[in-house]
Design a protein around this ligand. Structure first.
Ligand code: ATP
Length: 342
């Protein structure tokens, strides 16, 4: 039996509900594939802030360091000047999880504007506008720094091209180098230089505003899209909307030696505590985790179990037009996992 240590942040709002549903899937995978996941629960988020005055205490970081990978539920970030960075931003920086992979595609029976969409957004995770380097210059002026480094650009482009090579061999860089000549200009130069090592991958570039428009008109024409941090944050929600919403959108945050897996959606306080949140984004994030630790069969089985459930169209949460509870959906996916032959 293979053993893994998985740290788990339950998170805020619907976090504990979707994570508990995912724990049921962890159990189903353990049984089916003779694996053992030692779960290390970690306090982080708004509840931790209320108890300890920080959303990510040092002892929580120490616990995460003892694990092979981290499964994270959504955490609520405090807004306003002077408040701390959000938990995911802190963890991405601390473990240098520079590549944020966000696969977004059509699933059976999920109402969406388009069919045939299958896009992987590769978002740079550690620099750019999103990294929170903001300062007050005077009573009148606040500034935010948008840092772009050659090393940062090179490593994210490499991950993006490698993923494109494994998929449909098409990659698009979204940028605004006609205005942001130093920062986006650097990403564009590095993109062009890395593309020379991947002659089998068709590489194109688009201004980010034009890309946003084309995505809502012809999303089927895209495969891998590589983006700076803030562009990636915004464009991935846009594409999630094109394929049926946030309830089915997973993500992976990957570094050289560690990785964190989390649904793209937030803590959704409007539906928290009602047992109606869709657990699929969190469950598919666990599938990405299985793939990263090398359990490829188990990863595929979890994704196929989700697809089987959606094909049947019986057990769906409210956001997908059904009336099943969070728990019922995960129980049905666990049954699908047990019945799939590998
Ligand atoms: P954040 O800034 O933390 O990312 P957000 O402002 O993007 O949060 P979310 O918390 O992601 O907002 O919620 C956006 C909308 O999507 C809400 O109406 C919420 O109820 C819905 N939603 C989010 N996640 C789910 C889910 N798992 N199941 C069903 N509905 C969801």
């Amino acid at each position: 039996m293979k053993n893994y240590k998985i740290s788990i942040i339950k998170g805020d709002g619907i976090g504990p509900e979707v994570i508990s549903a995912t724990e049921r899937i962890i159990e189903a995978v353990e049984e089916k594939f003779s694996l053992n996941f030692e779960k290390i629960f970690v306090e982080a988020g708004l509840e931790a802030y209320k108890k300890y005055g920080t959303n990510l205490p040092d002892f929580s970081l120490e616990k995460i360091k003892q694990s092979d990978c981290l499964l994270k539920g959504p955490t609520t970030s405090l807004e306003g000047e002077g408040t701390e960075l959000g938990v995911p931003v802190k963890i991405r920086k601390y473990f240098d999880l520079y590549a944020n992979l966000r696969p977004l595609k059509n699933f059976p029976h999920i109402k969406s504007i388009f069919n045939g969409v299958d896009i992987l957004i590769v978002r740079e995770n550690t620099e750019g506008m999103y990294s929170g380097l903001e300062y007050k210059l005077s009573e009148e002026v606040n500034v935010g720094l948008r840092v772009a480094t050659k090393t940062g650009a090179q490593r994210i482009m490499k991950v993006a091209f490698e993923n494109a090579r494994e998929r449909k061999k098409k990659i698009t860089l979204g940028h605004k180098s006609n205005v942001l000549k130093m920062t986006d200009g650097l990403y564009k130069d590095v993109f062009e230089s890395v593309s020379k090592s991947f002659p089998d991958v068709e590489a194109r570039e688009e201004h980010i505003d034009a890309l946003a428009m084309k995505l809502v008109m012809e999303p089927q024409n895209y495969d891998v899209i590589v983006l700076e941090n803030l562009y990636g944050d915004i464009i991935s929600d846009l594409v999630a909307g094109l394929v049926g919403g946030l309830g089915i959108a997973p993500s992976a945050n990957i570094g050289e030696n560690f990785a964190m897996f989390e649904p793209i959606h937030g803590s959704a306080p409007d539906i928290a505590g009602k047992n109606i949140a869709n657990p699929i984004a969190s469950i598919l994030s666990f599938s990405m985790c299985l793939n990263w630790i090398g359990e490829k069969d188990a990863s595929r089985t979890v994704e196929n179990a989700v697809i089987n459930l959606l094909k049947k169209g019986e057990k769906l949460t409210v956001d997908l037009g059904g009336n099943s509870s969070t728990q019922e959906v995960s129980e049905s996916i666990a049954k699908e996992i047990a019945s799939i032959s590998v």
